[in-house]
Design a protein around this ligand. Structure first.
Ligand SMILES: O=C(O)CCc1c2[nH]c(c1CC(=O)O)Cc1[nH]c(c(CC(=O)O)c1CCC(=O)O)Cc1[nH]c(c(CC(=O)O)c1CCC(=O)O)Cc1[nH]c(c(CCC(=O)O)c1CC(=O)O)C2
Ligand SMILES: C[S@@+](CC[C@H](N)C(=O)[O-])C[C@H]1O[C@@H](n2cnc3c(N)ncnc32)[C@H](O)[C@@H]1O
Length: 590
């Protein structure tokens, strides 16, 4: 029997100009920490009733020149709660930190009770029973990017939470400060330049004021479960045209290697841009600032990243191969490195230039030798055709220079990967590709989410189909076959229309369904539900692309779990993560 455990609501409070009262200095370091945190949040710290003379001296020496800091060396009175606050909130203080000795527990309790009555958030140091909020272990980027990462275990120990926070921070690329700063600057500029125009055209619902940088835009564009929303490339409205860069930036933030986002520039987000996006690897000598580690004790970034560019070609190292260029269309599998074929690994390791799908995850891209130039297709909604042409031309130019070109595609090249078209294009231009199959996500996703695509007495056939046809057309709805497992690719961004079409065509709306996202990757997510609840579920959980939809009675064939009784009130059940063995290539082949 699972006992319900309410979880604290984690928020990021905007505390600018607030008045925070710090009562006592039983633990002087704690009071100093609270004063610093308050100042960093733009609030005014008011320290009252310091516990010792020595604390007054120490604290005064540290904060002497802090304009906002106030110190009252007198004893605390309950009326302080309603007199030391800001005038615009009738002088009620905005937040209280109690830092009194165990002997002063009666006073701690009295302050807590009064704060609860006045709805003032209150935290008593090491006294959770007298706290309505807790400070949690937080990493704040020392380089001022604004990045903060906080962890709570909901009472299972501050030390554990702090350790988990450190582990997370140490997994970040060493240039994460530049990534956050750069992406934030580009996003703000796009809002200024694109959304303001739309505001003038009355497209946007909410006011956009320059100083507040309100996003003033329908959440669609920034919310991940809609940034893949279908955009008709050749029929975009003026508003959609203006929002294209917003959508592209959202896709780049979602799909591109995290450490490479430090170098994206605004002009490279324009479809007609011929300014190559040079995203030198963090180890690149002329990119020294990226090699600084985010934490002094963490060694500088040693990721073996090649140069990754978006869009147009920049420069190449001397070709591996001499003479006639060679091209291979390579399936990279669903994402996990362990699901690459040996052939794919060989091609990745010996390429002169790699043209990758945006879907190919970082773990596979990280296998690319340093110095191998890598281009990621800018296949964002509304730009698929342009990006395809750009990529094919780049491949052909490289072949004519005698290079070895590898077209690295997600999953299998011939399963909705435009592999057939690319085979024809290069062959007709004199370069017949070698095509290497890869594990398609359509089947690998079922395996890693405990779904047997066929199972005797349950499913005796499998159908793989698209949710989005050419130029966004809705595909013909396949018939419903109760013993069939159907896998829909490119479907989640328009699940509402697709599910309606299926149910109108006679599909059982209560047939089990599973949304499988980032299959075989550490952040894999499997969401089990019923066909009828898929759109509402996606709306609620957002998206973690790439993702697909599996429909059929095989979905729950291996799971006998009370969690799978779905109702309007409980529409879905999520399983997070995918864990496999540690990969050690070194001794793999000998
Ligand atoms: O469900 C979602 O959330 C998005 C689904 C999704 C789509 N394309 C995508 C994805 C994966 C992703 O971005 O996560 C992304 C996508 N679509 C495709 C590829 C493979 C490639 O272009 O190399 C890729 C991956 C590209 C890359 O990673 O760089 C190919 C594709 N797009 C499309 C089709 C179907 C067709 O053309 O008949 C096909 C398959 C063609 C074939 O049978 O070989 C059409 C499609 N898919 C889609 C759209 C909506 C706009 C768009 O997002 O591009 C559109 C409309 C269009 O491209 O004009 C949806
Ligand atoms: C254009 S298709 C490419 C399919 C690819 N050639 C294959 O065989 O897996 C893109 C779609 O594949 C699916 N997809 C690709 N990788 C995935 C993954 N790791 N997990 C879940 N779905 C994935 C998603 O439905 C995505 O919209």
């Amino acid at each position: 029997m699972v006992v319900f455990e309410p979880l604290p609501l984690i928020t990021a409070s905007v505390s600018i100009d607030e008045h925070h009262l710090i009562i006592g200095t039983h633990s002087c370091p704690q009071s100093i920490k609270k004063i610093k945190t308050t100042i960093a949040a733009g609030a005014t710290p008011i320290l009252i009733n310091p516990s010792h003379e020595s604390h007054i001296k120490e604290i005064s020496s540290i904060f002497l020149n802090e304009s906002g800091f106030q110190l009252a060396t007198r004893g605390f009175q309950l009326s302080d709660l309603t007199t030391l606050g800001r005038t615009q909130v009738q002088r009620v203080v905005d937040r209280v930190f109690i830092n009194l000795s165990p002997e002063e527990t009666p006073l701690t309790r009295k302050i807590y009770e009064q704060c609860v009555k006045l709805r003032i958030p209150v935290n008593a140091f090491q006294r959770p029973e007298y706290s309505t909020f807790h400070m949690i272990p937080t990493f704040t980027d020392p380089k001022g990017s604004g990045l903060q990462i906080a962890v709570t275990t909901n009472g299972r120990g501050y030390i554990l939470a702090n350790r988990i926070k450190r582990e997370i921070v140490n997994k970040l690329p060493s240039n994460i400060s530049q990534v956050v700063t750069n992406m934030g600057a580009i996003r703000d500029q796009i809002i200024h330049e694109d959304h303001e125009i739309l505001l003038r055209e009355k497209y946007l619902k909410t006011e956009l004021s320059r100083d507040k940088l309100g996003y003033g835009l329908d959440d669609d564009t920034w919310e991940s479960h809609k940034f893949n929303r279908l955009i008709k490339e050749f029929e975009m409205t003026n508003a959609e045209q203006k929002l294209k860069r917003t959508r592209w930036l959202s896709q780049i933030m979602e799909y591109y290697p995290l450490n490479q986002l430090a170098n994206v520039t605004l002009d490279q987000l324009d479809e007609n841009s011929h300014t190559p996006i040079n995203l030198p690897s963090p180890n690149n000598p002329d990119n020294h600032e990226n090699s600084q580690s985010i934490n002094p004790e963490t060694p500088a970034n040693t990721e073996n990243n090649s140069e990754v560019q978006l869009g147009v070609h920049l420069r190449s190292k001397s070709p591996n191969s001499i003479g006639k260029g060679r091209i291979s269309l390579v399936g990279s599998g669903p994402g996990s490195v362990s699901m690459l074929t040996l052939g794919a690994l060989h091609e990745i390791k010996t390429a002169d230039i790699i043209l990758a799908d945006k879907l190919v995850p970082q773990a596979v891209l990280d296998l690319i030798p340093q110095g191998t130039e890598t281009f990621i297709a800018r296949k964002f909604p509304g730009n698929a055709e342009h990006a395809q042409e750009e990529l094919l031309q780049l491949g052909l130019d490289s072949l004519k220079q005698g290079k070895k070109v590898v077209r690295l595609k997600q999953g299998d090249p011939y399963i909705f990967g435009r592999g057939g078209e690319e085979y024809l294009f290069f062959t007709q231009n004199g370069f017949e590709p070698l095509v290497l199959p890869g594990l398609s996500s359509s089947l690998a996703s079922t395996v890693v989410s405990k779904i047997p695509a066929t199972q005797r007495a349950i499913a005796d056939q499998v159908l793989v189909c698209t949710g989005t046809g050419r130029k966004g057309a809705l595909p013909v709805a396949p018939e419903f076959v109760p013993t069939r497992t159907t896998v829909f690719l490119m479907a989640l961004h328009r699940s509402d229309v697709l599910i309606k079409t299926l149910i109108d065509a006679g599909w059982d709306k209560n047939v089990p369904a599973a949304i499988v996202e980032r299959a075989s990757c550490p952040d894999q997510r499997v969401t089990r539900t019923l066909l009828r609840y898929v759109p509402a579920t996606i709306e609620e959980i957002g998206s973690r692309p790439p993702g697909l939809l599996v429909v059929g009675h095989a979905v729950n064939a291996l799971i006998n779990d009370s969690n799978l009784q779905f109702t309007e009130a409980s529409k879905y059940y999520i399983e997070e993560g995918y864990h496999e063995f540690e990969m050690n290539f070194d001794n793999l082949l000998h």
